[in-house]
Design a protein around this ligand. Structure first.
Ligand code: FAD
Ligand code: NAI
Length: 462
């Protein structure tokens, strides 16, 4: 039996970051992981592989649509799917091996296998029981199931199967117009599949700024994605090579069917804590099955903490990472802090979509007076040169104090641009503070400054 200060269960972005920070703070640390590689959902079957396929398919899209206009003539590249999957796998490998290296560097023991907590202060992995003063549960999430839809990960797939298809399907039906559906739907549409997205609600990406939602859907339609909105999927029927998706339109209850070679079920994810026997330990769950925690990430049992997708809040890698660092600080007797009001969300389609903070709807609901500064990328020289003028930056600021309350961007580099606003918000900046900051020309970030100017006396280039 070995003895530790901290054992972290799960090596996703929450768990591995927590383990590294604990080790850096001088705590004897181990991390339990049941997968064959470290890095969790994010590195193995989530963020990283999906971004590799998004990148490769975007390159193809650029070659097919924009090269000729820039004077780059010649045959567009054709898709070698096997090689694209190999590129994706090597991207995963360099990242997961990177975490192994960091574990060794920080002297963190990787306890290989599935862990359980037989009693507080103890973690069992295989036949071995280890003692630990503190236990951090970072076991993540898994795809939610949908009644009437049986996943085989070949024809009817979750995101995991969609990252590993044997070939590019001719026809793909995506159930759910959320982040996964639109990112992976874009990948296959760019690779030549006829993609139809079936969404229960009347707008895509629920919770986002409505103007962004509309612009985003228009752009995706232009890229060839089809949408069936307000449709409740009833069931799927699959053979070994084909499937049918049956849905009812909510407006008139009419029944319809779509044929597909592959159906991607992307209707959300749910917390994963199988095998931990939380109830027996006295650890309470929320109504949605997440582990209930205090503001210091403590569960109901002293010395057992929980972070990341298995707890409440956005299911995002960087939210899990921030909690991982913060809980390590708490365990080490320091002050751990996560500002849940400033967690950006990014959709890595082309163009990217990014948002942080309040939306107009949340501000209206809260009865808070606000002003809007908006700037279109059509007024941005760099964007125009790069065929990226479609989209905008929208900054929301307090009507009286001018303090930035939120930002919504659809356009080139949105996922990077948003961080300028995140930093401004962390420092409690006003829109004028951003507007008075010199921005290099010609950059996409000038559009952020112009949106900030639009909160005051007005933008220059619009
Ligand atoms: P996870 O990453 O899920 O890691 C949990 C780990 O715990 C797993 O490796 C699991 O094997 C292990 N585990 C579970 N139980 C046990 C046990 N009992 N014993 C041992 N090990 C155990 N988020 C973003 O921010 N950006 C993105 O671009 C993005 N893209 C995504 C794309 C896809 C297709 C998917 C599915 C998700 C994506 N996400 C993205 C979400 C992101 O992956 C998660 O928010 C993040 O991985 C959560 O981290 P975590 O540490 O809480 O859990
Ligand atoms: P999601 O919650 O983003 O979207 C699910 C969509 O499915 C919603 O629009 C919902 O209305 C719809 N839906 C639900 N039931 C339906 C039904 N019966 N018929 C039709 N539509 C239905 O979930 P998604 O896309 O599965 O992603 C899961 C999580 O993974 C997200 O919470 C996200 O945070 C994370 N993720 C993040 C990424 C990023 O940050 N870029 C990328 C991919 C995933």
């Amino acid at each position: 039996m070995s003895s530790y200060d901290v054992i972290v269960i799960g090596s996703g972005p929450g768990g591995y970051v927590c383990a590294i920070r604990c080790a850096q703070l001088g705590l004897k640390t181990a991390c339990v992981e049941g997968r064959e590689t470290l890095g969790g959902t994010c590195l193995n079957v989530g963020c990283i592989p999906s971004k590799a396929l998004l990148h490769a398919s975007h390159m193809l899209h650029e070659a097919e649509h924009n090269f000729a206009e820039m004077g780059l003539k010649g045959k567009s590249p054709s898709v070698d799917w096997k090689q694209m999957l190999a590129y994706k796998s090597s991207t995963i490998e360099t990242n997961t091996k990177g975490i192994e290296f960091l574990f060794k560097k920080n002297k963190i023991d990787w306890l290989m296998g599935w862990g359980s907590i037989p009693e507080p202060g103890k973690v069992k992995v295989g036949d071995e029981v280890h003692e630990s003063k503190h236990i951090v549960i970072a076991t993540g999430s898994e795809a939610s199931s949908l009644p009437g839809v049986e996943v085989d990960e070949k024809v009817v797939v979750t995101s995991t199967g969609a990252l590993e298809l044997s070939k590019v399907p001719k026809k793909m039906v995506v159930i759910g117009a959320g982040v996964i559906g639109l990112e992976l739907g874009s990948v296959y549409a760019r690779l030549g599949a006829e993609v139809t997205v079936v969404e229960f609600l009347d707008a895509i990406t629920p919770g986002m700024d409505p103007e962004v939602q509309k612009t985003f859907q228009r752009m995706l339609k232009k890229q060839g994605l089809n949408f069936v909105m307000g449709a409740a999927v009833q069931k799927t029927e699959a053979t070994k090579t084909k499937a049918k998706v049956h849905y009812k339109l909510r407006k008139d209850d009419s029944e319809h069917t779509l044929d597909a070679d592959v159906v991607l079920v992307a209707t959300g994810r749910k917390p994963y804590h199988d095998g931990l026997d939380l109830e027996k330990l006295g650890i309470r769950l929320t109504k949605r099955g997440q582990i209930a925690i205090t503001k210091d990430w403590q569960t109901d049992v002293k010395g057992i903490y929980a972070i990341g997708d298995v707890t409440e809040g956005p299911m995002l890698a960087h939210k899990a990472e921030d909690e991982g660092m913060a809980v390590a600080e708490v365990i080490a007797g320091k002050h751990g802090h996560v500002n849940y009001g400033v967690i950006p969300g990014v959709i890595y389609t082309h163009p990217e979509v990014a948002s942080v903070g309040e939306t107009e709807q949340t501000l209206k609901d809260a009865g808070r007076a606000y002003k809007v500064g908006k700037f279109s990328f059509m007024g941005n020289a760099r964007a125009k040169a790069n065929f990226a003028g479609d989209g905008f930056v929208k900054i929301l600021a307090d009507k009286e104090t001018d303090r930035i309350l939120g930002c919504h961007i659809i356009g080139p580099g949105a996922g990077d641009l948003i961080h300028e606003v995140c930093v401004a918000m962390e420092f409690g900046a006003s829109a004028q503070d951003l507007a008075m900051t010199c921005h290099a020309h010609p950059t996409y970030s000038e559009a952020v400054r112009e949106a900030a100017l639009a909160c005051g006396d007005g933008p220059i280039h619009m």
